[in-house]
Structure formats: structure tokens, C-alpha cells
Design a protein around this ligand. Structure first.
Ligand code: UDP
Length: 366
């Protein structure tokens, strides 16, 4: 069988690309090495009626109307304005930093109009390079050293296994600093979780007569068996090019699930642990979809260097290597034979909506 395109990976990027092409009448084959679809947003309902995110918590959020319209073709959403608490100094504190965080940490009660001056005073007592060129300096330049060391420094060491001063300042852009009392993790207009889960959403995206799916198959092993004019690759960028410019680092997670005989384990769906214990955060899954059960399943996240690639690692060295690989990508994309999309293949710290937006953009241009 001849396909108009072969798509490597059945995660969000691969599925979105498959669907856009299928809707245009193209016949595509999606090859996935895991035995399930939905990539790292895969989820399943466990024996307690709780939807577990196999690869750690995923909360959908976007300001992009086109992306929101696209996902809503395939699922209803359970609307959730996601909140996170950070366990620091023996108490749970609203995070990211906002007026309430500051009042709780410093035992004061300043109003929202006083927050900018308060933070400016914190920053003035701190040392950092201006303009900031790494994660540590990017955070300290906004909130000062005290709040940095309470909420960011050790969390970042745990998550990335290295000094925060060796990581890109861009990572800091993920975490807002607010002078108001908005206690949400994200401020995007649209936020929620697919009502029946991400796996069901991706299943609906792939449900098209022009899409064939091959699960449990490693494309690197079977690629010579198929002829196609277009390969859309969503796997690891360095692997595609045989590591010719060296290995890119990816960060993995050890996810430990525990079920407790209690209705509620913690006050919020996610509690971060910057300073205590070895895990970075605990997610209580039932709180994401507001599921009812006499039990509760929680997930402890431990970061690790090896294993299933979850994150790209934004150090200068990795980003320099990335540039060289992207040079190769651009040549192949210009020739029209290949497209590289998604977090792993573009080596970008994308959120789910950014993956879909980038896919729509690239596939549109074909
Ligand atoms: N971060 C932190 N403390 C926190 C939460 C986040 O220092 O309580 C830093 C940390 O370096 C983390 C990054 O901000 O890796 C991005 O956080 P985010 O919650 O976006 O991570 P993800 O959900 O992608 O794991």
C-alpha cells in the first residue's frame, strides 16, 4: 500500500497532522512504537474510577482560538481553572507567586497595589546579572532571592538535576509572577481536561477512514518497507539523524502511583514540593476531572536522567546542538520530503496547545 504520508508517532502532534491530512483526502499511515495512542498525554480509567495520566499531569490551556476550535471537534471539556499549591516552610502556599503568596510567606497583609513596590524592594536586595541570561537570574530579577530560594531553587535542582544557573532563562517564562490575587496556574482564556480523557480525544482525532494506525512498531526498523513522498517525524530529533552532532539530553520521570482509602489526599490537584522530599510534586488525579470515589489515586513525580523522554533540557550545550540538527531539518523540510513536529522532534519545551498550533501551521503549508 502506498501512503501520501507516513507519520511517525501517534501523540498529539502526529495525530493532529494525520487528521489535517486525512480531512484533505490524503491517505496516511501513523506508526507508533508504543502499544497505545496519545503519546505522553495518554490516560486511562483505573479500577477506582479515577482517570490516571500515564505520563504525569496534563492540563490543557490555550489562548489560541484555532487550537481550541480544533480540539473541541473531538471532545467536550471539563472546565478547570487549574490551581497549584507549593509546600514550603511547613505550609501550603498558593503558587505561582501572587499577592496572597507574598502575604502568607512574609506574614504581612499588603494590598495588590503595594505588591510591585514590595517585589522591587526584594529584587533590589538581590544580586543577579542584568539582563538575566539563565533561569536563576531570570527568576531573581523578578522576585528576589528570598522567594527564589523558597520556591524555585531546589525544585529546579530536583527537576533538572543541575544548577538553575545552567538552564535557559526561557524556562522562567512558563511561570508568571502576579501582583494581583489571581491564584490560577495558567491565565489562558480556555482551560480544562477532555471530559472522557486525552486518550479518547486522540482516538477521535485519529478516527478517519483515511488514517491507518500501526501500534507497537518501531519506524526505524520498518522504514525501508514503506514508500512515501512525505515523512512526518515526531520522535527524538537526534535519533532521526543518527546522533551525528551528538546526543541531545532529554529528562525523564519516575511516576509512582499510590491509592489511599480516603476521599481526599491533599487540598489541590497538584502540590509542588520545592524543598522537602525527593519528589517534585504530587498530583491527585480525581481532582482534575472532579471524579467521585471513596478512594483516591495520587502520583509522586521523581525526575531522572534516563528513560522515556518527557522533557527537553534547555542548557546552552543542548540548544547549540539543536541548532545544528535544525539546520538539517530545514533542508529536508525545504525539499518537501519531511516535516518535524512536536516537543521531541523540534526539541522545544512546548505545551499541548503549542504542539497543535505548530502542527496546524506546518501541515497547512504543505
Ligand atoms: N518551577 C519551580 N518551582 C515550582 C514550579 C516550577 O522552580 O514550584 C520551575 C522548575 O524549574 C520547572 C519549571 O519552573 O521545571 C517549569 O515548571 P512547569 O510547572 O511549567 O513544569 P512542567 O509542568 O512542564 O513539568
Amino acid at each position: 500500500m502506498n501512503y501520501d504520508a507516513i507519520i511517525v508517532g501517534a501523540g498529539l502532534s502526529g495525530s493532529t497532522a494525520a487528521r489535517i491530512l486525512a480531512d484533505k483526502g490524503k491517505k496516511v499511515l501513523v506508526v507508533e512504537k508504543h502499544r497505545h495512542i496519545a503519546g505522553h498525554c495518554h490516560d486511562y480509567r483505573n479500577e477506582h474510577g479515577i482517570t490516571v495520566h500515564t505520563y504525569g499531569p496534563h492540563i490543557f490551556h490555550t489562548n489560541n482560538e484555532e487550537v481550541w476550535k480544533f480540539v473541541n471537534r473531538f471532545t467536550d471539556f471539563h472546565y478547570l481553572q487549574h490551581r497549584v499549591l507549593s509546600y514550603a516552610d511547613g505550609q501550603t502556599i498558593p503558587f505561582p507567586i501572587n499577592a496572597d503568596t507574598i502575604n502568607q510567606v512574609f506574614g504581612i497583609s499588603i494590598g495588590v497595589d503595594e505588591v510591585p513596590a514590595f517585589l522591587a524592594a526584594q529584587v533590589a536586595q538581590s544580586t543577579f546579572n542584568d539582563p538575566p541570561r539563565n533561569f536563576r537570574d531570570a527568576v531573581v530579577s523578578q522576585v528576589g532571592e528570598r522567594l527564589y530560594s523558597l520556591f524555585f531553587e531546589k525544585y529546579t535542582w530536583k527537576q533538572w538535576g543541575r544548577d538553575p544557573a545552567l538552564l535557559s532563562a526561557d524556562i522562567a517564562k512558563r511561570i508568571p509572577v502576579r501582583s494581583n490575587r489571581d491564584g490560577r496556574y495558567f491565565s489562558d482564556r480556555y482551560q480544562g481536561i477532555p471530559s472522557r480523557g486525552y486518550t479518547a480525544m486522540v482516538d477521535a482525532i485519529l478516527d478517519h477512514p483515511n488514517i491507518s494506525l500501526l501500534l507497537g512498531a518501531d519506524w526505524f526498523e520498518i522504514k525501508n518497507d514503506y514508500a512515501t513522498n512525505l515523512t512526518i517525524f515526531t520522535g527524538e530529533l537526534d535519533q532521526f539523524f543518527g546522533y551525528k552532532y551528538g546526543k541531545l539530553e532529554y529528562r525523564s520521570l519516575n511516576l509512582v502511583l499510590k491509592t489511599f482509602d480516603m476521599e481526599s489526599y491533599q487540598e489541590a490537584p497538584v502540590v509542588n514540593y520545592p524543598n522537602d522530599y525527593d519528589w517534585t510534586r504530587i498530583t491527585e488525579y480525581k481532582k482534575l476531572l472532579d471524579e467521585k470515589s471513596p478512594r483516591t489515586t495520587v502520583c509522586f513525580e521523581y525526575s531522572k536522567a534516563e528513560g522515556e523522554p518527557f522533557y527537553i533540557v534547555m542548557t546552552d550545550e543542548n540548544m547549540a546542538k539543536r541548532e545544528r540538527y535544525i539546520g538539517e531539518v530545514e533542508k529536508l523540510e525545504a525539499a518537501g520530503t519531511h516535516l518535524f513536529i512536536g516537543r521531541l522532534a523540534q526539541y522545544k519545551y512546548y505545551n499541548m496547545d503549542q504542539v497543535i498550533a505548530a502542527t496546524i501551521e506546518k501541515v497547512k503549508g504543505l
